[in-house]
Ligand binder design. Structure first.
Ligand code: PMP
Length: 297
Protein backbone atom coordinates (compact mmCIF):
# COMPACT_ATOMS: atom_id res chain seq x y z
CA UNK A 1 0.00 0.00 0.00
CA UNK A 2 1.38 3.42 -0.96
CA UNK A 3 1.90 5.93 1.84
CA UNK A 4 -0.74 8.67 2.18
CA UNK A 5 1.69 11.53 2.80
CA UNK A 6 4.30 12.59 0.26
CA UNK A 7 7.02 15.21 0.59
CA UNK A 8 7.17 17.52 -2.45
CA UNK A 9 9.46 20.56 -2.63
CA UNK A 10 9.24 21.71 0.98
CA UNK A 11 5.78 20.44 1.88
CA UNK A 12 4.17 17.29 3.18
CA UNK A 13 0.98 16.80 1.18
CA UNK A 14 -1.73 14.18 0.71
CA UNK A 15 -0.99 11.62 -2.01
CA UNK A 16 -3.60 13.09 -4.39
CA UNK A 17 -2.06 16.56 -3.97
CA UNK A 18 1.48 15.34 -4.63
CA UNK A 19 2.31 16.83 -8.02
CA UNK A 20 5.30 17.94 -10.05
CA UNK A 21 5.32 19.96 -13.26
CA UNK A 22 5.00 18.24 -16.65
CA UNK A 23 7.98 20.45 -17.59
CA UNK A 24 10.12 18.69 -15.00
CA UNK A 25 13.32 17.28 -16.50
CA UNK A 26 12.75 14.08 -14.52
CA UNK A 27 9.49 13.57 -16.42
CA UNK A 28 10.78 14.72 -19.82
CA UNK A 29 14.26 13.16 -19.84
CA UNK A 30 14.57 10.88 -16.81
CA UNK A 31 17.01 13.56 -15.66
CA UNK A 32 17.35 12.84 -11.98
CA UNK A 33 18.43 10.31 -9.39
CA UNK A 34 16.72 8.32 -6.68
CA UNK A 35 17.28 5.96 -3.80
CA UNK A 36 15.37 3.05 -2.33
CA UNK A 37 15.66 2.41 1.40
CA UNK A 38 14.14 -0.20 3.63
CA UNK A 39 12.52 0.52 6.98
CA UNK A 40 12.73 -2.38 9.41
CA UNK A 41 11.05 -2.26 12.82
CA UNK A 42 10.72 1.51 12.58
CA UNK A 43 14.32 2.20 11.56
CA UNK A 44 15.72 3.27 8.19
CA UNK A 45 18.44 0.72 7.42
CA UNK A 46 21.84 2.12 6.32
CA UNK A 47 20.44 5.61 5.72
CA UNK A 48 23.88 7.25 5.64
CA UNK A 49 25.12 4.91 2.89
CA UNK A 50 22.04 5.54 0.74
CA UNK A 51 22.35 9.31 1.19
CA UNK A 52 25.98 9.19 0.12
CA UNK A 53 25.08 7.31 -3.06
CA UNK A 54 22.24 9.74 -3.79
CA UNK A 55 24.48 12.79 -3.40
CA UNK A 56 27.13 11.14 -5.63
CA UNK A 57 24.52 10.21 -8.27
CA UNK A 58 23.25 13.79 -8.45
CA UNK A 59 26.78 15.22 -8.52
CA UNK A 60 27.56 12.88 -11.45
CA UNK A 61 24.53 14.34 -13.27
CA UNK A 62 26.05 17.78 -12.82
CA UNK A 63 23.76 19.52 -10.34
CA UNK A 64 23.40 19.66 -6.57
CA UNK A 65 20.72 18.54 -4.14
CA UNK A 66 19.38 21.85 -2.76
CA UNK A 67 19.89 20.92 0.90
CA UNK A 68 22.36 19.26 3.23
CA UNK A 69 22.50 15.51 3.76
CA UNK A 70 21.26 16.09 7.33
CA UNK A 71 18.21 18.03 6.09
CA UNK A 72 17.36 15.34 3.54
CA UNK A 73 17.85 12.65 6.19
CA UNK A 74 15.33 14.47 8.43
CA UNK A 75 12.81 14.68 5.55
CA UNK A 76 13.16 10.95 4.80
CA UNK A 77 12.65 10.04 8.45
CA UNK A 78 9.76 12.50 8.79
CA UNK A 79 8.00 11.13 5.67
CA UNK A 80 8.18 7.63 7.13
CA UNK A 81 6.99 8.89 10.54
CA UNK A 82 4.01 10.78 9.11
CA UNK A 83 2.96 7.61 7.26
CA UNK A 84 3.29 5.50 10.40
CA UNK A 85 5.70 3.30 8.47
CA UNK A 86 7.28 0.60 10.66
CA UNK A 87 8.17 -1.77 7.81
CA UNK A 88 8.44 -0.76 4.20
CA UNK A 89 10.20 1.19 1.51
CA UNK A 90 11.12 4.88 1.19
CA UNK A 91 12.06 6.54 -2.08
CA UNK A 92 13.66 9.98 -2.31
CA UNK A 93 13.79 11.34 -5.87
CA UNK A 94 15.74 14.41 -6.97
CA UNK A 95 15.40 15.81 -10.49
CA UNK A 96 17.10 18.73 -12.23
CA UNK A 97 13.86 20.73 -11.98
CA UNK A 98 11.28 22.30 -14.31
CA UNK A 99 11.65 24.96 -16.99
CA UNK A 100 11.67 25.52 -20.73
CA UNK A 101 11.83 22.57 -23.12
CA UNK A 102 15.17 21.60 -24.59
CA UNK A 103 18.42 20.33 -23.18
CA UNK A 104 20.26 23.49 -24.20
CA UNK A 105 17.99 25.53 -21.89
CA UNK A 106 19.05 23.74 -18.73
CA UNK A 107 20.52 26.91 -17.21
CA UNK A 108 16.98 28.33 -17.02
CA UNK A 109 15.53 25.48 -14.98
CA UNK A 110 14.05 26.18 -11.57
CA UNK A 111 15.50 24.59 -8.43
CA UNK A 112 15.85 20.79 -8.37
CA UNK A 113 12.68 18.91 -7.53
CA UNK A 114 12.77 16.94 -4.28
CA UNK A 115 10.17 14.23 -3.64
CA UNK A 116 10.09 11.59 -0.90
CA UNK A 117 7.45 8.87 -0.97
CA UNK A 118 7.03 5.58 0.77
CA UNK A 119 5.21 2.29 0.59
CA UNK A 120 4.13 -0.22 3.23
CA UNK A 121 5.61 -3.65 2.52
CA UNK A 122 4.91 -6.76 4.50
CA UNK A 123 7.60 -9.38 4.79
CA UNK A 124 5.38 -12.37 3.93
CA UNK A 125 5.45 -12.11 0.12
CA UNK A 126 9.19 -11.65 0.17
CA UNK A 127 9.74 -14.48 2.63
CA UNK A 128 7.97 -16.89 0.27
CA UNK A 129 10.55 -16.07 -2.45
CA UNK A 130 13.48 -16.37 -0.06
CA UNK A 131 12.33 -19.83 0.95
CA UNK A 132 11.37 -21.06 -2.52
CA UNK A 133 14.06 -19.34 -4.60
CA UNK A 134 13.21 -17.69 -7.93
CA UNK A 135 13.79 -18.22 -11.64
CA UNK A 136 16.01 -16.04 -13.83
CA UNK A 137 16.77 -15.47 -17.49
CA UNK A 138 19.99 -14.13 -19.00
CA UNK A 139 18.53 -11.59 -21.43
CA UNK A 140 19.83 -10.16 -24.71
CA UNK A 141 19.61 -6.58 -23.38
CA UNK A 142 23.11 -5.60 -22.25
CA UNK A 143 23.80 -3.44 -19.20
CA UNK A 144 24.52 0.10 -20.32
CA UNK A 145 28.29 0.57 -20.72
CA UNK A 146 30.10 3.15 -18.56
CA UNK A 147 31.12 4.95 -21.76
CA UNK A 148 27.39 5.76 -22.15
CA UNK A 149 26.65 6.52 -18.57
CA UNK A 150 28.09 5.07 -15.42
CA UNK A 151 25.79 2.54 -13.79
CA UNK A 152 27.16 3.43 -10.34
CA UNK A 153 24.83 6.43 -10.52
CA UNK A 154 21.28 5.42 -9.55
CA UNK A 155 19.50 7.64 -12.03
CA UNK A 156 15.83 7.94 -12.98
CA UNK A 157 16.69 6.33 -16.32
CA UNK A 158 15.73 2.69 -15.81
CA UNK A 159 14.89 1.91 -19.45
CA UNK A 160 17.79 -0.55 -19.67
CA UNK A 161 16.46 -2.42 -16.63
CA UNK A 162 12.83 -2.27 -17.78
CA UNK A 163 13.66 -3.74 -21.20
CA UNK A 164 15.65 -6.48 -19.49
CA UNK A 165 12.77 -7.27 -17.13
CA UNK A 166 10.23 -7.40 -19.98
CA UNK A 167 12.40 -9.88 -21.85
CA UNK A 168 12.78 -12.11 -18.78
CA UNK A 169 9.06 -11.92 -18.07
CA UNK A 170 8.27 -12.91 -21.66
CA UNK A 171 10.55 -15.92 -21.17
CA UNK A 172 8.56 -16.87 -18.05
CA UNK A 173 11.31 -15.95 -15.57
CA UNK A 174 10.99 -13.84 -12.42
CA UNK A 175 14.19 -11.86 -12.76
CA UNK A 176 16.44 -10.69 -15.59
CA UNK A 177 20.21 -11.13 -15.59
CA UNK A 178 22.10 -8.65 -17.75
CA UNK A 179 25.53 -9.15 -19.26
CA UNK A 180 27.90 -6.24 -19.83
CA UNK A 181 28.96 -5.08 -23.30
CA UNK A 182 31.75 -7.70 -23.32
CA UNK A 183 29.48 -10.58 -22.33
CA UNK A 184 30.40 -10.88 -18.66
CA UNK A 185 27.66 -11.08 -16.02
CA UNK A 186 26.74 -7.58 -14.80
CA UNK A 187 23.68 -7.59 -12.55
CA UNK A 188 19.98 -8.31 -12.36
CA UNK A 189 17.45 -5.64 -13.40
CA UNK A 190 17.22 -4.31 -9.84
CA UNK A 191 19.72 -6.27 -7.79
CA UNK A 192 23.32 -7.48 -7.74
CA UNK A 193 24.47 -11.05 -8.36
CA UNK A 194 26.61 -13.46 -6.38
CA UNK A 195 27.70 -17.03 -7.05
CA UNK A 196 29.07 -19.61 -4.64
CA UNK A 197 31.59 -22.18 -5.87
CA UNK A 198 33.52 -24.60 -3.65
CA UNK A 199 32.75 -22.57 -0.54
CA UNK A 200 33.91 -19.23 -2.04
CA UNK A 201 31.68 -16.30 -2.91
CA UNK A 202 32.22 -14.27 -6.12
CA UNK A 203 30.41 -11.19 -7.36
CA UNK A 204 31.00 -9.08 -10.50
CA UNK A 205 33.44 -6.22 -9.91
CA UNK A 206 32.30 -2.60 -10.11
CA UNK A 207 32.36 -1.12 -13.59
CA UNK A 208 29.13 -2.15 -15.28
CA UNK A 209 26.90 -2.43 -12.21
CA UNK A 210 25.25 -0.36 -9.56
CA UNK A 211 27.44 -0.30 -6.46
CA UNK A 212 24.74 -2.00 -4.42
CA UNK A 213 24.69 -1.24 -0.72
CA UNK A 214 23.48 -4.77 0.04
CA UNK A 215 26.30 -6.12 -2.13
CA UNK A 216 28.97 -4.27 -0.15
CA UNK A 217 27.26 -5.17 3.16
CA UNK A 218 27.38 -8.87 2.18
CA UNK A 219 31.06 -8.60 1.17
CA UNK A 220 31.71 -7.08 4.61
CA UNK A 221 29.82 -9.93 6.32
CA UNK A 222 31.93 -12.47 4.38
CA UNK A 223 35.13 -10.72 5.54
CA UNK A 224 33.95 -10.82 9.15
CA UNK A 225 32.94 -14.47 8.99
CA UNK A 226 36.14 -15.51 7.19
CA UNK A 227 34.21 -16.66 4.10
CA UNK A 228 36.45 -16.31 1.01
CA UNK A 229 34.86 -13.62 -1.16
CA UNK A 230 36.10 -11.83 -4.25
CA UNK A 231 35.01 -9.45 -6.98
CA UNK A 232 35.73 -10.66 -10.46
CA UNK A 233 34.48 -11.53 -13.92
CA UNK A 234 31.75 -14.11 -14.31
CA UNK A 235 30.18 -15.61 -17.40
CA UNK A 236 26.96 -17.54 -17.98
CA UNK A 237 29.10 -20.69 -17.59
CA UNK A 238 29.89 -19.64 -14.00
CA UNK A 239 26.20 -19.13 -13.27
CA UNK A 240 25.12 -22.48 -14.70
CA UNK A 241 27.89 -24.46 -12.98
CA UNK A 242 27.73 -22.67 -9.60
CA UNK A 243 26.84 -24.39 -6.33
CA UNK A 244 24.58 -21.44 -5.56
CA UNK A 245 23.51 -18.23 -7.27
CA UNK A 246 21.68 -15.44 -5.48
CA UNK A 247 20.69 -11.84 -6.08
CA UNK A 248 20.75 -9.12 -3.46
CA UNK A 249 19.24 -5.69 -2.98
CA UNK A 250 17.60 -3.43 -0.45
CA UNK A 251 14.17 -5.11 -0.59
CA UNK A 252 15.23 -8.40 -2.22
CA UNK A 253 17.77 -8.82 0.62
CA UNK A 254 19.25 -12.22 -0.36
CA UNK A 255 17.17 -14.09 -2.92
CA UNK A 256 18.35 -17.47 -4.22
CA UNK A 257 18.12 -18.14 -7.98
CA UNK A 258 17.19 -21.79 -8.45
CA UNK A 259 16.65 -21.89 -12.24
CA UNK A 260 18.48 -19.86 -14.88
CA UNK A 261 17.51 -20.08 -18.58
CA UNK A 262 15.31 -23.05 -17.69
CA UNK A 263 18.29 -24.93 -16.23
CA UNK A 264 18.30 -26.06 -12.61
CA UNK A 265 21.11 -24.60 -10.51
CA UNK A 266 22.78 -27.25 -8.36
CA UNK A 267 19.99 -29.28 -6.70
CA UNK A 268 17.31 -26.67 -7.45
CA UNK A 269 16.72 -25.41 -3.93
CA UNK A 270 18.07 -22.42 -1.97
CA UNK A 271 21.58 -23.13 -0.72
CA UNK A 272 23.22 -22.85 2.70
CA UNK A 273 25.49 -19.87 1.91
CA UNK A 274 22.58 -17.68 0.78
CA UNK A 275 20.65 -18.68 3.90
CA UNK A 276 23.58 -17.99 6.22
CA UNK A 277 24.41 -14.59 4.72
CA UNK A 278 20.76 -13.63 4.76
CA UNK A 279 20.42 -14.57 8.43
CA UNK A 280 23.38 -12.36 9.34
CA UNK A 281 22.03 -9.49 7.19
CA UNK A 282 18.56 -9.82 8.78
CA UNK A 283 20.24 -9.85 12.18
CA UNK A 284 21.91 -6.51 11.34
CA UNK A 285 18.59 -5.07 10.17
CA UNK A 286 16.65 -6.22 13.19
CA UNK A 287 19.35 -5.23 15.69
CA UNK A 288 18.54 -1.58 14.98
CA UNK A 289 22.26 -0.76 15.24
CA UNK A 290 22.49 0.36 11.63
CA UNK A 291 19.25 2.26 11.35
CA UNK A 292 17.88 5.74 11.96
CA UNK A 293 14.74 5.62 14.16
CA UNK A 294 11.56 6.86 12.52
CA UNK A 295 9.83 7.66 15.82
CA UNK A 296 6.13 7.42 16.60
CA UNK A 297 3.53 8.85 14.28
N1 PMP B 1 21.33 -2.99 -9.21
C1 PMP B 1 20.27 -2.26 -9.62
C2 PMP B 1 20.14 -1.94 -11.07
C3 PMP B 1 19.33 -1.80 -8.68
O1 PMP B 1 18.28 -1.08 -9.09
C4 PMP B 1 19.48 -2.13 -7.32
C5 PMP B 1 18.46 -1.68 -6.30
N2 PMP B 1 18.81 -0.42 -5.78
C6 PMP B 1 20.59 -2.90 -6.94
C7 PMP B 1 21.50 -3.30 -7.91
C8 PMP B 1 20.84 -3.27 -5.50
O2 PMP B 1 21.32 -2.14 -4.80
P1 PMP B 1 21.02 -1.94 -3.26
O3 PMP B 1 21.59 -3.12 -2.55
O4 PMP B 1 21.76 -0.68 -2.92
O5 PMP B 1 19.55 -1.83 -3.09
Amino acid sequence: MIGDIVYVNGQFVARDEAKVSVFDHGFIYGDGAFEGLQIVNGRVFLLKEHLKRLFDSVRYLGFEIPMTAEALRDIIVETARRNGLRDGYVRPIITRGAGPLGIRNMAQLGPPTVVVMCQHESIEGRREKWNRGITAQVVSVRRVAPAGFDSRAKTCNYINNILAYLEAQAAGAETALMLDAEGYVAEAYSSNIFIVKDGAVVTPALGHILGGITRSTLLGICRELGIPASEGRLTTYDLLTADEVFECGTMAEVRPLIRINGRTISNGSPGPMARRLHEVLRGMMESGLHGEPVGDA
